[in-house]
Design a protein around this ligand. Structure first.
Ligand SMILES: [Zn+2]
Ligand SMILES: [Zn+2]
Length: 645
């Protein structure tokens, strides 16, 4: 007897075994074959902190389908896998681990020892996620696996930084940033999650120095009053005409500040008079710049008040707010309290309310870099599928602000800038300078690391060898399709596009294939706090990787979210089971007496096709041509499953 498939379909019985065979035999290895056309996808690198989640499962299944399809069409198809060092997320986890196991803070441990622990973490957990990627059956080229902090990627990051710096596109500045007191680092604008919450506005009187009534200002953050340097009113606001140029007093602490005229205050809003705190509010910062005002900081990095707050020094910002309001009320300076919807920014990592704060940081000047990225969307060199996501892409680029790239963390790419404390010289260089080129004193490296996205922005070309002109880069770059969820367009896609255009002169891919998010059965986003996450590995264990993948790929419509439902998983498994049984039947019936399997439909072998054979072959061909058309256009919808039923 020849080969016979097992009676029951049991994916556990073969999925892993077959994957190992594939990998061992180099089935996924892409070759630089001059006779073949390349087809390249870089895998959005999962974080080394993470477990594989359903979002990865969907994202990667789509990439696998495209890669396998092109491979079958005779392309030299490369799907390049890797993982991301995830600066903030990993540092938070490593800090927790050290606290738990050694009872120490990272400062007590010191930078060098801390980094040793972080690399250890990477060795332990970084491998876990790639094992999980294999469980999905993904056909990526593991020989080309990369990590955002491996030697080549490090080199690319430093090169990118230096080139932008030398062009004047990276600068260091004292600017307003979003500060997370819990994570102890700055955040870029898009790492802040904006929410509207019911809150309070307090109306507080600043009496005139001359004993007059002075002016009433409204604020939702009274603890920042200690950093006030002026009260601004609109020059067209008749109510305050006479006050401009006069001095008022911050109540209780009795510091004198001027009333200034500036277009920023809206006479319709609040009292029409605005307190100006340049160090803790981005709009106030602008006003401060226009009027050459000082920028005193009153809230410290750990969100406690400093000595400017007088008797509240050392108190947490919110505890201070409470005590301060009570004191203002008791002293008769609190005029009224108003309930209002207040915009709040929370840290995307830990939900802590971010504090806008003035700080020395590194920035990428975005205006010039954004222009070519806008152009490629207009001239067809970069397509979004579905097309509607181009709007989001363009909206972000057209309203882009400079990108704060320094993070007050240790895990990541350290900024290649060196300072001389003796003469104030700064050098940006790949090699640590022995001595200060100006005065010969020792130099110290910038303490900060770069935003994680600064390295993932280079992913499509750093992984292929850039800045070296490698054979891989020449053959496989630019890549073809980037597959990603819509939630990451501005975090990542935009940054890859402008970085690639600036460094390689080409868009990093011709198509951005955008899919939706995977939600639970009720349509809620899966999250740790809700505890509604579904572990794809559990699903694979229960239903098999094929069923999971089939459910995900047939359940989506372009760019829309998908819900994971048990009945859909069951029917996906039933479909796999049906294929199994059909194959089993065919294999059993196509064996000759020696157990050799005879080819189907090969007329050349003298097999006469019956009408029903012809019918089913024509149906199979129809399905192939339909699927090919859909994949060609990247039209991905449930009819794909329709043509397989
Ligand atoms: Zn945080
Ligand atoms: Zn010097």
């Amino acid at each position: 007897m020849g080969k016979e498939l097992a009676k029951t379909y049991d994916p556990k019985d073969f999925e892993e075994r077959i994957y190992e065979q594939w990998e061992k035999n180099g089935a996924f290895r892409a070759h630089r074959d001059p006779d073949k056309k390349p087809y390249t996808i870089v895998m959005p690198p999962p974080n080394i902190t993470g477990q594989l989640h359903m979002g990865h499962a969907l994202d990667q299944t789509l990439q696998d389908v495209l890669t396998r399809w092109k491979r079958m069409q005779g392309y030299s198809a490369l799907w390049l896998p890797g993982s991301d060092h995830a600066s903030i997320a990993t540092e938070v986890k490593v800090v927790e681990k050290i606290k738990e196991e050694e009872g120490k803070t990272k400062e007590e441990l010191g930078r060098e020892e801390f980094l040793k622990r972080a690399w250890e973490w990477k060795r332990l957990y970084g491998g876990m996620i790639t094992k999980q990627v294999r469980k999905l059956g993904n056909s990526c080229d593991w020989d080309r696996e990369r990590f955002t902090m491996d030697e080549g990627c490090n080199k690319a990051v430093v090169e990118f930084f230096i080139r932008l710096y030398e062009k004047g596109l990276i600068y260091r500045g004292n600017r307003m940033i979003n500060w997370c007191p819990e994570c102890g680092t700055s955040l870029s604008d898009i790492e802040v999650e904006h929410e509207e919450k019911n809150g309070l506005y307090w109306y507080i009187r600043y009496p005139g120095v001359d004993g007059s009534e002075g002016v009433v200002v409204a604020t939702s953050r009274p603890e920042t009053i200690f950093g006030d340097v002026a009260v601004a009113v609109n020059p067209d606001d008749e109510r305050y005409k006479d006050l401009v140029g006069k001095m008022v007093m911050i109540p209780i602490i009795e510091r004198q500040i001027p009333v200034i005229a500036d277009p920023y205050p809206d006479p319709e809003k609040g009292s029409g008079a605005v307190k100006i705190t340049p160090a803790h509010d981005p709009n106030d910062f602008e006003v401060g710049q226009r009027h050459n005002l000082e920028k005193p900081i009153c809230i410290q990095a750990d969100a406690t008040m400093n000595d400017l707050a007088g008797k509240y020094e050392g108190m947490d910002r919110f505890a201070c707010r409470k005590a301060w309001i009570k004191d203002l009320k008791d002293a008769g300076y609190l005029i009224k309290t108003e309930e209002k919807v207040i915009p709040l920014g929370g840290c995307y990592r830990c939900d802590t309310i971010v504090e806008p704060m003035l700080s020395d940081q590194w920035f990428v000047a975005m205006e010039e870099l954004a222009k070519p990225a806008i152009e490629v969307a207009g001239n067809g060199k970069l397509e979004h599928m579905p097309k509607r996501f181009e709007k989001i892409y363009l909206h972000w680029l057209e309203n882009i602000r400079d990108w704060c790239i320094s993070r007050q963390l240790w895990w990541g790419h350290r900024i290649p800038a060196y300072y001389c404390d003796t003469c104030g010289e700064m050098v940006v260089t790949a090699q640590a300078p022995e001595r200060c080129p100006k005065c010969g004193a020792k130099m110290r490296q910038d303490e900060d690391v770069l935003d994680t996205w600064f390295s993932s922005a280079l992913w499509p070309f750093s992984t292929l060898g850039w800045p070296e002109e490698t054979e891989d880069l020449k053959y496989f770059y630019p890549t073809d399709v980037l597959v990603t969820g819509y939630d990451i367009i501005f975090f990542w896609v935009i940054r890859m596009v402008f970085s690639a255009l600036e460094m390689t002169g080409e868009a990093p891919f011709h198509t951005v294939f955008v899919h939706g998010l995977v939600r639970d059965a009720e349509g809620r986003k899966m999250s740790k706090s809700l505890g509604n996450g579904i572990d794809p590995l559990m699903i694979i264990d229960q239903y098999g990787a094929d069923a999971l993948r089939f459910m995900l790929t047939t359940g989506i419509t372009p760019g829309n979210d998908i819900r994971v439902k048990t009945d859909r998983l069951e029917s996906a498994r039933n479909f796999a089971n049906k294929l199994w049984n059909a194959s089993r039947f065919v294999i059993m019936n196509l064996q000759d007496e020696k157990g050799i399997i005879m080819p189907v439909g090969s007329n050349a072998d003298g097999i006469a096709l019956k009408d029903e054979d012809k019918w089913i072959l024509s149906k199979a061909n129809e399905a192939v041509s339909y699927v090919t058309t859909c994949l060609d256009k990247l039209i991905w919808h449930s009819r794909l499953s329709g043509c397989m039923s």
